[in-house]
Design a protein around this ligand. Structure first.
Ligand SMILES: [Zn+2]
Length: 723
């Protein structure tokens, strides 16, 4: 009887018995000794006890805490799967007996291949002939070749030969394909520090058929176990992709740093987003299992010496449905521009200066002005979290993805704010006494100092007060205001009051942006900052960059009259299954400069309200109006980005927002869509039609209802000052 026939036979007679046994013994891979002997006898070779009686400690993997949106929809959660693992204590060494690591691995692979299962294999060589190198970053390729002991210019054949030699894979016994497979696993085992302390996970999420077959072959495959453990799953992968984050295998460098904190070489760790920033909350604590086996590899005892402790779960401030609408709004904007304009095909109502690339991408942030809670943080383009690792590999292999979908434009990426920065210059100018409510600055189309820069298109704005200058975005007014404030003071106050150039600590990795100051200017440009640079900084040009989160935070600070709150994404921490609240995150006031500045904020808000009133045709159907400030930051050549910051409602604001459209125009036309989504729970892309409004009229039903999102994000949290 050949091996296959034997396996078929044993499968038929034994399957029912095994299914029952499995329920009792799956986790530890224990089997009935009698059957082991039968198998050994039938199989025809004497089974040498692989090892004497031995006790090993095995880590019991803690269940990682979950990540849910503000409505309790589970985004990142867990699924229990069966993993095939190898254990050093019971796995025979190559060359020390009739069977060694290679024979055991070949035996497991035989089962996996027949059941069309996948296993973990990360070497940069294609898995099947004709073998070729896989496209990976050069450093990884060099590292691989270095580790297997071949030259950097070695061919793929050299590499496979080196694997065969290093791991004593017998070419009389195994064909080229099997040598590649075994070599890949042996290499990975070595990389993963397979040892008495570190088991090796060969395959995850294998089927019941595979488990049954492996259990039947236990004695033939010493050192192989099947365990039941959780793996991370990402529900609804395109939702909140940049925020929720995902897991990755721990790297050798991380392992060195974290091994004393209880991490093993097989562990996973948060790679970015909430998974990364809340690692210690989510992780939980692994347990310890002591297993003792006798010389026939039968378990004598299995004792849990420490129970595993599940990690805590996290609830976010964002409602997935609202976030999806926010993502749709940016996509709608970009698509609408590209559908109806193009290079040499401008449209004054859609896009005045179309770039050769068209509008490429964008960001939209919505915040609660009373708490700082981030309600939406939408990037376009975006991606599916389940594809992240593949996309990252592509990005790093020298083939950048079009329009950088992995980039978190909202939180990490800095944009020139352009004229949206004038809200900051207004506040600083009024607080410093550089201008007052009675100041009027005359604009004849050009500033009279430095290199005499133009106002908007060179046209004269006339003599304006602060609120009118903000409404019409008069550059000359702000050049002069900036000159009066001074370079050091403008930079210091923008940083102190609005956090420009600092990390706002939003609960995931975020960028600092940068504020043009004499020091920063000198460091970047190598020349002292002059008056011409100061006045450009005052209108949001020069070297200043803000993240859309910083822009929205500035708008919220203006909206609530001078309280800068920490923008945050984590609403609360719970026990694993969300039955017990552990920590509710309190809103944090970072700076409170309301006192004595009532007029400053009233005037700045007034300028933003006047701007909205000037564009009133776009908000005609809305019973409650927004307030905002637009910007057209210079990109390159004659091309621009388009930005807007603002709040809604104009009186008694609830939300602040910022929008950036890269290579686009008319960002402010996203505002009716934001209000529809926020207040009425309604958003529909404008579609093919050429609409200068960028939005569809509110439905009759929507006009009757109260805002859905407003209902589920009640403004109840009381701010606390940060010590
Ligand atoms: Zn002007």
């Amino acid at each position: 009887m050949d091996r296959k026939e034997f396996l078929n036979k044993i499968s038929q007679v034994g399957r029912m018995v095994f299914v029952a046994l499995l329920m009792l013994s799956l986790a530890f891979g224990c089997v009935i000794r009698l059957l082991q002997i039968q198998i050994a006898d039938t199989y025809g070779f004497s089974v040498e006890p692989p090892n004497p009686t031995r006790t090993v400690t095995q880590s019991i993997q803690a269940v990682r805490g979950q990540i849910a949106d503000s409505q309790g929809r589970l985004l990142n959660t867990n699924e229990t799967v069966h993993k095939v693992i190898l254990q050093r204590a019971f796995l025979p060494f190559q060359g020390e007996g009739e069977i060694g690591e290679n024979e055991v691995i070949a035996g497991v692979l035989d089962v996996l291949i027949r059941h069309e299962e996948e296993w973990i294999d990360n070497i940069p060589v294609s898995p099947t002939p004709k073998f070729r190198f896989i496209n990976v970053p050069q450093d990884d390729m060099d590292d691989f070749k270095n580790k297997i002991g071949v030259n950097y210019d070695a061919t793929v054949k050299n590499c496979i030969n080196a694997l065969a030699k290093n791991y004593k894979i017998d070419s009389d016994k195994y064909d080229e394909q099997m040598i590649r497979y075994i070599g890949g696993i042996r290499y990975e085992m070595e990389t993963m520090d397979f040892s008495f302390q570190n088991r090796y996970v060969l395959a995850e999420d294998v089927s019941m058929d595979v488990i049954i077959e492996l259990m039947e072959m236990t004695l033939l495959l010493p050192g192989v176990d099947v365990v039941q453990e959780p793996i991370r799953v990402y529900n609804d992968g395109t939702a909140l992709a940049h925020i929720r984050g995902r897991m990755t295998s721990i790297s050798a460098e991380q392992y060195e740093l974290l091994r004393d904190s209880g991490y093993s070489r097989n562990d996973t760790i948060g790679l970015y987003g909430i998974e990364e920033s809340m690692e210690s909350t989510l992780r939980g604590k692994n347990g310890i299992l002591e297993i003792t086996r006798d010389s026939l590899w039968e378990i004598i005892s299995a004792e849990t010496t420490r129970e595993a402790q599940a990690g805590n779960s996290v609830k976010l401030t964002i409602d997935t449905e609202f976030q999806r609408m926010a993502e749709g709004i940016i996509q709608n904007h970009v698509d609408h521009i590209n559908r109806h304009t193009g290079p040499g095909r401008p449209n004054s109502e859609i896009n005045r200066y179309p770039t050769p690339e068209g509008a490429t991408s964008g960001a939209l942030v919505v915040m609660d002005v009373h708490t700082g809670a981030i309600l939406a943080m939408a990037n376009y383009p975006t991606y599916d979290v389940n594809d992240y690792i593949d996309l990252l590999l592509m990005e790093n292999s020298g083939e950048p993805l079009p329009n950088a979908p992995l980039r978190d434009r909202c939180g990490e990426w800095g944009f020139r704010p352009g004229s949206t920065f004038k809200i900051i210059t207004s506040v600083v100018g009024l607080m410093q006494g550089a201008i007052t409510k009675d100041s009027r600055i005359s604009c004849g189309g050009r500033y009279h100092l430095y290199n005499k820069p133009q106002c908007w298109g060179g046209s004269a704005c006339g003599s304006n007060s602060i609120s009118d200058a903000l409404c019409v975005s008069c550059n000359v007014f702000y050049y002069e205001t900036g000159r009066r404030i001074g370079d050091e003071t403008l930079a210091e106050e923008a940083t102190r009051l609005f956090g420009i150039g600092t990390d706002l600590n939003i609960d995931i990795r975020s960028g600092t942006g940068r504020m043009t100051s004499p020091e920063l200017y000198y460091n970047l440009i190598g020349q002292p900052m002059g008056g011409a640079d100061l006045i450009q900084a005052a209108i949001g040009q020069s070297e200043t960059l803000l993240t859309p989160i910083q822009m929205a935070t500035a708008a919220a600070t203006v909206a609530n009259g001078g309280v800068r709150l920490r923008p945050y994404l984590v609403d609360s921490v719970w026990n694993y299954d969300y039955t017990e609240l552990i920590d509710e995150i309190k809103p944090q006031i970072v700076v409170d400069f309301r006192e004595g500045n009532e007029e400053t904020f009233a005037l700045t808000q007034l300028g933003m309200k006047k701007r909205a009133a000037m564009d009133s045709k776009y908000f005609a159907e809305l019973p409650i109006k927004p307030a905002y400030k637009t910007g057209t930051p210079e990109l390159y050549g004659n091309y621009n980005n388009s930005a807007v910051v603002g709040f809604y409602p104009a009186d008694n604001p609830q939300i602040a927002f910022s929008v950036v459209i890269e290579g686009g125009d008319k960002a402010f036309k996203a505002i009716p869509n934001i209000i529809h989504a926020y207040h009425y729970g309604e958003f529909e892309p404008v579609g093919e039609e050429l609409s200068i409004y960028f939005h569809k009229p509110l439905s009759e039903g929507a006009k009757q209802i109260k805002g859905r999102v407003a209902d589920v994000n009640p403004w109840v949290k009381q701010p606390e000052t940060v010590e």
